[in-house]
Design a protein around this ligand. Structure first.
Ligand code: FVT
Ligand code: MG
Length: 331
């Protein structure tokens, strides 16, 4: 059937028929807030490359967790911004039971047990060189020794009360090793969110400012473990391995430039598929909005809806609280 019997504009004419045929609707329950924690109290340190994002001391973080609960955001993904003084070559602070990150988890879960809490498992905030793993004399990130450290780290996080451990390091085999260790330690309910297809992206720049690893990393890139921007068959292989090793959910990262990968993963495996709208995506949208070049509310909700349309079941975003307010109060 063609024009005039088929006029696609008929259904678009009014709000009621647009609503009835809408295929994808973004919900607050699709969102995961992202936050950074620092030592101290009453602290909200601005991250210059991410206007509106703050590194929070634990007391302030608990308030942000309260905002998430009040708005109906199901979960919070936490990253530590530890002082330079605790960084070492071997990243041992990562599994210290009394480290900032573990204390933060205990504080949030004590006050808001119903909020899902996601811990980042990677060594970069804790290494003097800013790499996600342990390095050899040539600076190459060593896979298997790194896994041993990641296992200790994941156990410390499960112990502290994180509901999800989320390995973001891209070592081979770490999901299986962490799953086995969690089972053996009796943490049978701790979920694993695998950063399965994490690309070596330039969009992580502002995040590295936020956790204080940018200066330490220097000119060393992460191309020997994160994925090449040009690949997507390889993403499917990564996801398949992580599912078999025991991941409960898989992730594609960054978000907007990689939605083709999200769609392929969701179509192929049908597992819980998360996507991460990363710091550089936030910074781009925020900068354009602050210049008056884009309408922030419109483009943020549009990008998040596009991620869901591409197949994402949940979206990690620094905009989660803003988006939840826009969605629920129409603010
Ligand atoms: N593991 C976390 C990152 O690598 C970066 C996230 C971001 O850029 O927001
Ligand atoms: Mg992998």
């Amino acid at each position: 059937m063609s024009y005039p019997s088929t006029r696609l504009r008929r259904m678009r004419r009014d709000a009621f028929s647009r609503a009835l045929m809408r295929e994808t609707t973004l919900l607050v329950s699709d969102l995961i807030m992202v936050a950074f924690v620092v030592e101290g109290s009453g602290k909200r340190e601005a991250v210059p490359s991410m206007p509106g994002v703050f590194r929070l001391s634990i007391d302030e973080l608990v308030k942000l967790a309260g905002d998430c609960v009040a708005l109906g955001i199901p979960a919070l993904a936490l990253f530590p911004s530890p002082g330079q003084d605790v960084k070492t070559e071997d990243a041992r602070e990562a599994w210290n039971p009394d480290a900032l990150f573990q204390r933060a988890a205990r504080a949030v879960k004590a006050r808001y047990p119903q909020l899902g809490l996601i811990g980042d498992v990677a060594l970069d905030p804790y290494t003097t060189h800013g790499q996600d793993g342990l390095i050899d004399a040539a600076g190459y990130v060593m896979n298997d020794p790194t896994i041993e450290a990641l296992v200790r780290m994941a156990l410390a996080q499960a112990e502290a009360g994180f509901d999800f451990v989320a390995p973001s390091d891209m070592m081979d085999g770490r999901i299986g090793a962490i799953r086995l260790a969690l089972e053996q330690a009796g943490h049978v309910h701790t979920r694993i969110l695998a950063y399965s297809a994490k690309y070596a992206s330039g969009f992580y720049g502002p995040f590295r400012d936020a956790v204080g690893s940018a200066g330490n990393l220097g000119s060393g890139g992460k191309h020997t473990y994160q994925m090449d921007v040009g690949n997507s068959d390889e993403a499917l292989r990564e996801v398949e391995l992580d599912i078999h090793e025991g991941a409960d959910a898989v992730m594609v990262k960054p978000g907007l430039p990689y939605l083709d990968v999200v769609r392929r993963v969701k179509d192929r495996f049908g597992v819980p598929t998360f996507v991460y709208q990363v710091s550089g995506e936030y910074a781009m949208l925020k900068a354009a909005a602050q210049n008056g070049w884009l309408d922030e509310r419109t483009v943020v909700l549009e990008t998040l809806t596009a991620m869901k349309r591409a197949g994402a079941d949940a979206i990690l975003t620094y905009y989660a609280i803003d988006a939840a307010r826009w969605l629920t109060r129409g603010e």
